[in-house]
Design a protein around this ligand. Structure first.
Ligand SMILES: *Cc1c(COP(=O)(O)O)cnc(C)c1O
Length: 368
């Protein structure tokens, strides 16, 4: 008799499906016999600019300490963040990517039968980490593809433990204003945690866009997450952080694996955290990509969802998966978003000017 381990797994895990990342370049090359250098990947909101020299030098400097465990408290990175963000070190939780923080907060507060509120079209990881521990996801319908914060506040029940707010949201690129966020925070009872995911913070320059850090002194139930994966160009290293009240940070640090951020990631993040020039260049390249792709969609008569992130969703009614497949065969990887209840859209990250051009040319060819 063989054992059915799936039946033995905890109930939350039995119902899960593994997270589907963007297709890696080498996988597409293997599957379609393409050259890796001919492939354009615009599927994971990665920084197209290439790594910063500061990050490369910092990693080099760590090589001789390969046999040592990393600094489990991330002293230097926390020191740099306290100065940059005007917070104290005991407010910080370091993560192996900011995704780690999403999991920590759920582990601290959610068990079987508890509810977690998310918006429709929200980032998939929230559902994954919640269901893992037996929590129930309460999904609130989106408004114009974005978070309907009043409706999310109205969805709070006795069982609500956490509300995830993504600003701007991935995959829709929609965002909430200062006044929307402020009225929302006022409405949420003190014992319900608000996790404000600001993974794309550095790309947004709308005057009305709030920085979650500004509200921490007023709201002890607020956790703000940011990452080095996007505008800082360090996705491969996996480093991000949460900022919160010291009490929430203390709880999250209790469930954090002791060496969750490795020495290379710590050193590179320290080297890059004040690299305003790199972030500014990332942002400029991103703005150019935004203009280039919007102009391209307009020419092709395709609708898109206005975005403030480093990606955009465009609409191809009834043909999204065909076009996704056609683009793959032509060596261009974008992201299907059917699992985000957006079966008629595809999400494309902004690349270099050449990558964007290749994408638009292949797309035009498939549509004609
Ligand atoms: C990319 C992304 C993250 C950050 O992921 P890391 O784990 O920091 O690489 C978090 N939230 C959202 C919504 C994202 O799109």
């Amino acid at each position: 008799m063989t054992v059915d381990f799936t039946k033995l797994a905890v109930q939350g895990v039995q119902g899960l499906r593994a997270y589907q990342p963007g297709k890696p370049i080498d996988e597409l090359a293997r599957e379609y016999g393409l050259n890796e250098s001919d492939i354009v990947k615009l599927a994971s909101n990665e920084n197209p600019m290439g790594p910063s020299d500061k990050a490369l030098a910092a990693i080099q400097g760590e090589l001789s300490d390969l046999t040592r465990y990393p600094d489990g408290n991330g002293f230097e990175l926390k020191s740099a963040l306290t100065k940059k963000l005007k917070i104290s070190a005991d407010q910080i939780t370091l993560g192996n990517g900011s995704s780690d923080i999403l999991e920590f907060i759920v582990k601290c507060f959610v068990s079987q039968g508890d509810q977690v509120i998310v918006s429709q079209h929200a980032f998939a990881i929230y559902g994954l980490v919640t269901k893992m521990v037996g929590g129930e996801i309460v999904q609130v319908p989106a408004k114009n593809w974005g978070h309907d914060l009043p409706a999310m506040a109205a969805a709070i029940t006795d069982k609500t433990k956490i509300i995830f707010v993504t600003n701007p949201n991935n995959p829709t690129g929609t965002w909430n204003t200062k006044s929307q966020l402020e009225s929302f925070l006022k409405q949420v009872p003190e014992h319900v945690i608000v996790l404000l995911d600001e993974a794309y913070f550095e790309y947004v320059d709308e005057a009305d866009y709030p920085s979650g850090i500004d509200y921490l002194s007023q709201y002890a139930n607020l956790v703000v997450t940011r990452t080095f994966s996007k505008a800082y160009g360090l996705a491969s290293l996996r480093v991000g952080y949460g900022v919160s009240s010291p009490e929430l940070a203390d709880l999250m640090n209790r469930v954090r694996p002791p060496f969750n951020v490795d020495s290379f990631a710590l050193a590179a993040a320290v080297a890059c955290v004040n690299d305003e020039a790199y972030v500014r260049q990332s942002k400029e390249l991103n703005d150019e990509g935004m203009r280039q792709l919007q102009a391209g969609f307009e020419q092709l008569n395709l609708a898109w969802i206005p975005s403030v992130g480093n990606f955009i969703c465009f609409e191809i009614p009834g043909r999204a998966m065909d076009i996704y497949q056609g683009l793959l065969e032509a060596g261009v990887i974008v992201r299907p978003v059917g699992n985000y209840e957006m079966p008629d859209h595809l999400r494309v990250s902004f690349g270099t000017q050449d990558e964007n051009q290749t994408f638009l040319l292949k797309l035009k060819h498939l549509l004609s």
